[in-house]
Design a protein around this ligand. Structure first.
Ligand code: NAD
Length: 295
């Protein structure tokens, strides 16, 4: 029988553990703080930021939000980040993507202090992950790692195929899957938009992580019986006049063959949010020197 991996339940456990860490830190006078910065009038970005703020509130993290005017010079955004870097009440800084045209994305990522970079996108933190000594693990791949652990999926020696090579999902996910220090130890293939015969790769995979942003494009004939499928995609499609959220995986037909699969919604999404809270308490603990038992 196919196991549906319940991201909501695993995320809830992590959030409960994070809540305990917040209590320990707060008892010693350290209130963990996460700052979100938004320079965009994109409604989806506004929703993501308000969800992150709500998540903070629920676990007792101090949420600080800064809006930077859409039309302001890019310097205003860089200065805002510098100010938050210097603010002792802020332990994590997150600038919501995508960025407006005048902003240099690489400069934003370099400006966030590495010890407050709870998204783990700063080149120093990317380097540490690759070197096997992560300060923070990036939220989405870390969440996926936890989901696999939650259903006892053994990655060691297995064939893993990651579809997508983005900096935020594909690349760090592949790294964590193949590296020994991150516990993956899988033989890992990264497929992307120029991959010839994607299905040939996915069919021989024991574990498929789909992160291409293409609605339902991993179909039943592209996976093998008994594989484990993690669907990272979040795609809004119009169907019969209604707007619907679907993943990168054609769920019904793939679930028929898979041993385990993550649904959309309720799979990877809640884990990404939970791991951001996790990284924020980790940052607060490291900065203050107060030990906590991370979940
Ligand atoms: P991205 O657009 O930055 O990267 C997509 C990657 O997919 C690229 O590397 C590209 O080469 C590859 N790709 C595109 N078409 C392909 C094809 N036909 N065959 C093989 N590879 C192909 O996307 P991203 O930021 O990595 O996000 C991917 C998806 O995951 C999106 O739907 C996004 O919304 C979603 N996402 C979800 C979460 C979550 O928490 N659930 C987090 C981040 C991203």
């Amino acid at each position: 029988m196919t196991e549906v991996i319940d991201g909501n339940a695993v995320a809830e456990e992590i959030r409960a553990g994070v809540s305990d860490c917040v209590e320990t830190l707060t008892d010693t006078g350290v209130k963990p703080g996460l700052a979100t910065v938004l320079m965009s009038d994109d409604p989806a970005s506004e929703t993501y930021v308000s969800m992150k703020q709500r998540d903070c509130e629920e676990v007792g993290i101090e949420g600080i939000h800064v809006d930077v005017d859409n039309d302001a010079p890019a310097e205003e955004l860089y200065d805002t980040v510098e100010r938050l870097n210097d603010d002792d009440d802020v332990h994590g800084v997150l600038v919501q993507k995508p960025f407006v045209d005048q902003v240099d994305e690489r400069r934003v990522l370099r400006t966030i202090a590495p010890e407050k970079d709870v998204d783990a996108f700063h080149p120093a933190n990317v380097g540490r992950l690759v070197a096997g000594d992560p300060r923070f693990k990036p939220c989405t791949p870390h969440g996926i790692q936890r989901l696999l652990e939650s259903v006892d999926v053994e990655t060691e020696g297995k064939e893993a195929v990651v579809v997508g090579r983005s900096d935020i999902v594909g690349k760090p996910m592949a790294n964590m899957l193949f590296s020994k220090s991150a516990g993956g130890n899988a033989t890992t293939t990264v497929c992307h938009s120029r991959t010839e015969d994607l299905a040939a790769h996915t069919r021989r995979a024991d574990i498929v992580v789909a992160a291409a942003g293409r609605p339902e494009f991993i179909t039943g004939d592209m996976v093998s019986e008994g594989c484990v499928v993690v669907d990272v995609g979040i795609n809004r499609v119009e169907r019969d006049g209604d707007s619907e959220l679907v993943g990168d995986v054609a769920y019904d037909e793939v679930a028929e063959k898979a041993a385990a699969i993550t649904p959309v919604p309720g799979g990877v999404g809640p884990m990404t949010r939970a791991m951001l809270l996790y990284n924020t308490v980790k940052a607060a603990s490291a900065e203050s020197g107060v030990d906590v038992e991370l979940p």
